[in-house]
Design a protein around this ligand. Structure first.
Ligand code: SF4
Length: 251
């Protein structure tokens, strides 16, 4: 039996891929983006959140069979709404075997993987063979900056991006706009330049900075310390993408 750990299942999601979707949030992420708005998804284990409203446990160990059974009940509705299932996180690549075991038990449905791209190349390739679409995040192109800000090297992310670009799976690059961190002209220029070298560049979604990001940190026993001006909206610099004939929108 294959078990995994999830921290939420969101039904009727409309921003996690085409149509109306059910999004499964897998618990655990090796990155530590200081703007992360799901801090309860970082720790791979179930944990207790404490707030003035009381305590609650976040995280559920669940078998692939049970999760697939839950999702299969929704699939007829999702298919009618031209939607599907999205695996997000946390970082779903950490639980590749579990996702594959769930996927193998699902009725026919569109499946989207929403990933930071950080994980093993073999796991990534196996997941690519089992999904219909990928949302792939790009944060910082400079290796030192990526390590300093997120705590991990961006080498594995760029290697997985190259694999994805050659795989023929529908994909979208998503860039979180963090003021003065990821939205700089240099960083967005480097992202645009990389994508423009691909034979079939993906669409690019620039994601406005989420001002609610810090809301759940205290309950998780973590500190939210933004080193940027939260009042700024994040600059999409769409011209850097459009001048290279890339399809880019602010979502
Ligand atoms: S990759 Fe996503 S889930 Fe992980 S820390 Fe960054 S924003 Fe949070």
């Amino acid at each position: 039996m294959c078990n995994g750990t999830i921290f939420d299942i969101k039904e009727f999601a409309i921003q996690d891929g085409p149509g109306i979707r059910t999004t499964v949030f897998l618990k655990g992420c090796p990155l530590r983006c200081p703007w992360c708005h799901n801090p309860e998804g970082l720790n791979p284990e179930p944990e207790t959140l404490r707030s003035p409203a009381g305590e609650r446990t976040v995280g559920e160990r669940i078998s692939a069979e049970r999760l697939a059974e839950r999702l299969n009940r929704q699939i007829p509705i999702l298919n009618r709404a031209e939607g599907g299932i999205t695996f997000s996180g946390g970082e779903p690549l950490l639980q590749a075997d579990f996702i594959l075991a769930v996927r193998a038990r699902l009725a026919p449905v569109h499946v989207l993987l929403d990933t930071s791209g950080y994980g093993g190349t073999e796991d990534f390739a196996r997941l690519l063979a089992a999904v219909d679409q990928v949302y792939f995040d790009l944060k910082l192109m400079d290796g030192d900056a990526h390590r300093r800000v997120t705590g991990v090297d961006n080498g594995p992310i760029l290697a997985n991006l190259a694999t994805l670009a050659a795989a023929g799976v529908a994909w979208t690059v998503r860039v979180p706009l963090v003021p003065g961190v990821t939205d700089t002209a240099d960083n967005l220029e480097r992202i645009a330049a990389l994508l423009a070298t691909l034979p079939h560049p993906p669409p690019v979604h620039l994601l406005p900075y989420n001002r609610a990001a810090g809301g759940k940190y205290a309950a998780c026993g973590r500190e939210f310390r933004p080193a940027w001006d939260e009042a700024l909206p994040g600059n999409p610099r769409l011209e850097l993408f459009h001048s290279r004939h890339l399809e880019a929108i602010l979502v």
